[in-house]
Design a protein around this ligand. Structure first.
Ligand SMILES: [Zn+2]
Length: 287
């Protein structure tokens, strides 16, 4: 599958046609998860995030039954499926007019689940299986990519976007989806600029650009949400307190005078200037 690499779930993301090579080695996403299941083991209905495909292989044990909903049923299903109803049976879904596909996966067989398809599995005995997410390069041309709404937390999307842009700059051959990539970079630049302008009410003294690895597990000290793209940091007794943009704005609204006294530092993974340089270089390469 990949030059010099044997057929292995661990190497799938490195394939030349894989969009996840720009994401790298990420546990539970581009790296496989092994699962050992007992008789009648099942889970909640789930769907792959980020419009990725799911690849499953049944190594050994009893067969597994898959119930899969077509992607076209996603919206209807989400209306029916409330968070407190953890297990809705395929028959209940059929009764509500939602079509359900059933398939049996036996030892040594692969199953691929397409993006936006909800699924559930039932193990008919003890089994050992492996799953991994994947996305072909056409992922850059999907509606998901084109219409992705920027937020401050979605690390996976930004990692792929920025790494792909860097990679296009290094290589002679540009990605087919270069125009979509450029549009997304422009949107990202605008999104960052909007957030920075919101923060102009604060007494921000300095901006620090961090490595993606450094921000890997940064969470807001108030709401615990992941702070990926940018966050505000307050130094208190040699301790750094990370605050997300939403919470810092709430602090400004409730205690405007107090927040002006603090020496906040803005932490970003990429700044507007860097994105602008990237856009200009990519445009020149395109000519
Ligand atoms: Zn927060």
């Amino acid at each position: 599958m990949t030059k010099g690499k044997s057929w292995n779930f661990r190497n799938l993301f490195l394939h030349g046609n894989s969009a996840l090579k720009y994401l790298g080695d990420v546990k539970g996403v581009s790296q496989p998860r092994l699962s050992f299941e007992g008789v009648f083991a099942t889970s909640e209905w789930c769907v792959e995030p980020n419009y990725f495909h799911l690849l499953s292989y049944l190594h050994s044990g009893a067969h597994r039954i898959w119930y899969v909903l077509p992607a076209s049923m996603k919206v209807v299903f989400e209306k029916v499926y409330s968070t407190d109803q953890t297990l809705i049976t395929p028959n209940e879904l059929l009764a509500k007019g939602i079509s359900v596909e059933r398939l049996i996966q036996r030892e040594g067989e692969y199953v691929i689940i397409k993006p936006y398809c909800y699924y559930i599995t039932i193990s008919c005995g003890y089994s050992c299986s492996e799953v991994v997410s994947f996305a072909p390069l056409t992922w850059f041309n999907t509606e998901y990519f084109r219409s992705f709404k920027f937020n401050l937390t979605d690390k996976i999307f930004y990692e792929i976007l920025l790494d792909c842009a860097h990679s296009c700059l290094k290589k002679r051959v540009l990605l087919d989806a270069i125009d979509v990539l450029l549009d997304k970079l422009k949107e990202l630049k605008y999104f960052i600029a909007c957030n920075i302008s919101k923060l102009s009410v604060l007494n921000i003294t300095r901006t620090v650009t961090l490595d993606m690895e450094e921000v890997d597990e940064r969470h807001c000290s108030i709401c615990q949400s992941r702070c990926f793209l940018m966050s505000v940091v307050q130094s208190k007794k040699k301790k750094e307190i990370v605050i997300c943009i939403d919470d810092i704005m709430k602090m400004v609204a409730s205690k405007p005078k107090e927040t002006k006294k603090h020496n906040f530092v803005l932490h970003v993974v990429v700044n507007e200037e860097d994105i602008e340089k990237m856009i200009e270089k990519l445009k020149k390469k395109k000519k």
